[in-house]
Design a protein around this ligand. Structure first.
Ligand code: HSE
Length: 317
C-alpha cells in the first residue's frame, strides 16, 4: 500500500486535419468536436501500464510497447521522470485509420494526462516530442503534424524537427470545415507507402510557394486565398486512387463553391473548406452523396478550429 494519493487525471485531445494541401507532414489544425480521452494516475512501480481501452472494437494492443498512448507516455517518462510509473486508461473517440489524427490524439491525450498526473509542468515542445514517439509506434513515422496541433490547438506549422520548432498560426474567425470519413479504412503506413520517393524540382518549388501563400493567407485572415493555397500536386494524386469516390466528391464540392477540398492527413477522411456553417453543412451533404454513390458511405460533421489537449477532470477513485 502506498500513502500517496492516486487521483486519476483525465485529458482530452482533439482530432486533427493535417497536411492541409501543401503542408505534408509539417502543418495541421485541431478540430473542436471529436477526440480521444486518456486517464493517468501515478503508481509506485516505474514504467507504464495500460489497464483498459474502450471504443476501439478490440482492435488496439494493450501492450505498453505497442500502443500509441503508452509509447508516448513511456517516452515522456524516460526523458523527464525516469523513475516514475503511471497507469493509463484510453477511451477512443476517433475511428482508427481514418485520417483524423486518431493515433496522434491518443498520444497527445496521454502525454498531457501523464504530465498532469506527475505534476511535471512540461512545455508544449516536450509534450509534442514525446507524443511523436507514440505516432512513430502507430505508423512507423514520427511526423508531428497531428500531435502538434492536437496538443497546442489552432493551426500549427512545424518548420523544424531537430530542434523541434512549433509555430502557431492565426485562425480566420469564420473558417468552417465539412469533415467526412468514408466507410473504408486506410492505414497511414499504406497511404505513405504509395508516395513518390523522388519529386521533380518544379513540383517542389510549386509546393513551397503554395505553403508560403497559405501562411500568408492565414495572416491576412483571407479564406478565399487560403482555399487557393490548399492545392497539392505531390501527395494527393498519389493517394486519391486509394479512396473510392474521392475525386468525385472533390469535384462536387468544388463545383458547389467549396473554397477548397482535400484529403485530411493520410485519408480517407476528406474535408471541404467554407466561410460559414450553412455552406459547410451543404458541402457535407455533397460529400455524403458522393461517397454513398460508390458504396463507401460513412459519417461526417461540420466543425471549426479548436483548442488543444487539456485536462478535463480530476477523478478520485
Ligand atoms: N502527414 C501525415 C501523412 C499524416 O499524410 O501521412 C498522417 O496522419
Amino acid at each position: 500500500m502506498t500513502s500517496r494519493a492516486r487521483p486519476w487525471i483525465e485529458a482530452f485531445a482533439p482530432a486533427t486535419v493535417s497536411n492541409l494541401g501543401p503542408g505534408f507532414d509539417c502543418l495541421g489544425l485541431a478540430l473542436r468536436a471529436r477526440g480521444d480521452v486518456v486517464r493517468a494516475r501515478w503508481r509506485e512501480a516505474p514504467g507504464v501500464e495500460l489497464l483498459r481501452i474502450t471504443g476501439d472494437g478490440g482492435k488496439l494492443s494493450r501492450d505498453a510497447t505497442l500502443n500509441t498512448a503508452a509509447v508516448a507516455a513511456t517516452a515522456l517518462l524516460q526523458r523527464w521522470a525516469p523513475n516514475a510509473g503511471v497507469e493509463l486508461e484510453l477511451d477512443k473517440g476517433l475511428p482508427l485509420g481514418s485520417g483524423l489524427g486518431s493515433s496522434g490524439a491518443s498520444a497527445a491525450a496521454a502525454v498531457v494526462a501523464v504530465d498532469a498526473a506527475l505534476e511535471l509542468g512540461l512545455p508544449a515542445v516536450a509534450l509534442v516530442e514525446a507524443a511523436r514517439a507514440g505516432e512513430a509506434a502507430a505508423c512507423g513515422a514520427g511526423h508531428p503534424d497531428n500531435v502538434a496541433p492536437s496538443i497546442l490547438g489552432g493551426i500549427v506549422l512545424v518548420p523544424s524537427l531537430d530542434p523541434l520548432r512549433l509555430v502557431s498560426l492565426p485562425v480566420p474567425p469564420s473558417m468552417w470545415l465539412a469533415v467526412y470519413t468514408p466507410g473504408c479504412s486506410l492505414p497511414t503506413a499504406e497511404a505513405r507507402a504509395v508516395l513518390p520517393r523522388m519529386v521533380e524540382l518544379a513540383a517542389v518549388v510549386q509546393q513551397a510557394a503554395r505553403l508560403g501563400f497559405l501562411v500568408h493567407a492565414l495572416h491576412e485572415g483571407d479564406l478565399a486565398m487560403l482555399g487557393e493555397a490548399i492545392v497539392d500536386d505531390i501527395v494527393e494524386p498519389a493517394r486519391a486512387g486509394l479512396i473510392p469516390g474521392y475525386l468525385e466528391a472533390k469535384a462536387a464540392c468544388c463545383e458547389a463553391g467549396a473554397l477548397a477540398c482535400s484529403i485530411s492527413g493520410a485519408g480517407p477522411t476528406t474535408f471541404a473548406l467554407s466561410s460559414d456553417r450553412g455552406r459547410a453543412e451543404a458541402l457535407l451533404r455533397l460529400l455524403d452523396e458522393a461517397f454513398v454513390a460508390v458504396g463507401v458511405g460513412g459519417t461526417g460533421f461540420v466543425d471549426q478550429v479548436g483548442q488543444g489537449a487539456r485536462v478535463t477532470s480530476d477523478v478520485l477513485h
